[in-house]
Design a protein around this ligand. Structure first.
Ligand SMILES: *Cc1c(COP(=O)(O)O)cnc(C)c1O
Length: 355
């Protein structure tokens, strides 16, 4: 029986993506060959790549002056590739620190240029998105993390900050419509809302290709990927196929507006129970609550292990909080059905009655 999978990543994908990608491993589209044994330059794979890029473009409404790249090394690699490609040594990159991912991004950037953290909620367990800060207009760019996977806060607005904006959207890309024109660079590891692990999507404004003046290694140069349509070397073909299947699913359901409504409904249901049930308390400030990663703790410390035991018969998987945070984290990515949230809410109510 399929479990209710609230895992934070790699995470749940639509059931049809599991089924169709499994079939493609045996025989891709009836051609008598597995997807795993055909050339990445074959007409079959070229069609997969082209359709993926065109669906990303239409779903996110990506303007024409942007390139859509598939890279490897995860979002963590982008913590390096971004400053390597964009930031000159004498320039400054600004950061809003809202999670350990943004901390890591800032630390890596110091290897390539100057950095400044203009706002941080670290001293308060990353419970909120800082709102009070000034942006130095001479900076090369500002980096933000739109959804904070570990602590469960989220930026919902595509704002103009007066400098080019770079955004790590690893855990909320495709969960709502985004105004791409507000960003110079968006990046996202695939393994939360896009497909299986192994690919990082980068959407970059063309005027930024080749921006930093340093001599660059080909495998680390965005413009090499842009020129070669992400086929400078062999890409992870299976991962890209799972992305395509997920994008088709998103498109079939009606795109990002529909997805946003679904995600709002799931989050509303679970936060309502967290707020109602005296045995549980939410982690994040109410106005910054993430729709993707919903963090909560038990009001009484001794209940934590008990609740983890209690949910087992409900076939609930993956709600244990991140190792540094404790408590619970229910990740409610696009593919998680509202029925799974209803089961979790039922378990919380039953736990209250049983106590
Ligand atoms: C998961 C996650 C990462 C890490 O991604 P990797 O692909 O493992 O490098 C980075 N940033 C955010 C916001 C994430 O959710």
């Amino acid at each position: 029986m399929k479990k209710h999978n609230f895992g934070a990543g790699p995470s749940i994908l639509p059931q049809e993506v599991f089924e169709q990608s499994a079939q493609a491993c045996l025989d891709y589209n009836g051609i008598g060959l597995s997807l795993l044994e055909i050339s990445h330059r074959s007409k079959e794979f070229t069609a997969i790549l082209e359709e993926s890029i065109s669906l990303i473009k239409s779903l996110l409404n990506v303007p024409d002056d942007y390139s859509i790249l598939f890279l490897q090394g995860g979002a963590n690699m982008q913590f390096n590739m971004i400053p390597y490609n964009i930031l000159n040594e004498e320039e400054t990159a600004l950061f809003i620190e809202t999670d350990i991912w943004s901390t890591r991004a800032e630390e890596e950037t110091r290897l390539y240029g100057k950095t400044s953290i203009i706002a941080s909620s670290k001293a308060d367990q990353f419970k909120y998105i800082p709102k009070d800060f000034t942006v130095d207009k001479d900076a090369a760019y500002l980096h933000i993390t739109s959804n904070n996977t570990i602590y469960g806060t989220e930026f919902f607005e595509d704002r103009d900050y007066g400098v080019p904006l770079v955004c790590d959207m690893s855990s909320d890309i495709f969960s709502r419509p985004v105004d791409v024109s507000k960003y110079h660079l968006i990046y996202a590891g695939a393994q939360k809302n896009l497909g299986c692990s192994g690919i990082t999507l980068v959407i970059i404004k063309n005027e930024w290709l080749g921006r930093a003046k340093r001599a660059k290694s080909k495998m680390w140069d965005y413009s090499v990927y842009a020129k070669n349509n992400s086929l400078y070397n062999t890409p992870p073909v299976f991962t890209i196929y799972t992305c395509l299947l997920t994008l088709r699913w998103l498109n079939k359901l009606g795109g990002l507006q529909v997805m946003e409504q679904r995600n709002k409904a799931k989050a509303k249901l679970l936060y309502a129970e967290i707020d109602r049930n005296p045995l549980f308390t939410g982690h994040a400030a109410v106005e910054d609550r993430s729709r993707m990663n919903i963090n909560f703790v038990t009001t009484h410390a001794e209940d934590e292990d008990k609740f983890l035991e209690f949910v087992k018969p409900y076939q609930i998987h993956g709600i244990k909080g991140y190792r540094t945070v404790g408590g619970f984290r229910a990740s409610c990515y696009n593919a998680l059905p509202i029925e799974s949230v209803q089961v979790l809410v039922q378990a919380m109510q039953d736990f209250e009655k049983a106590r």
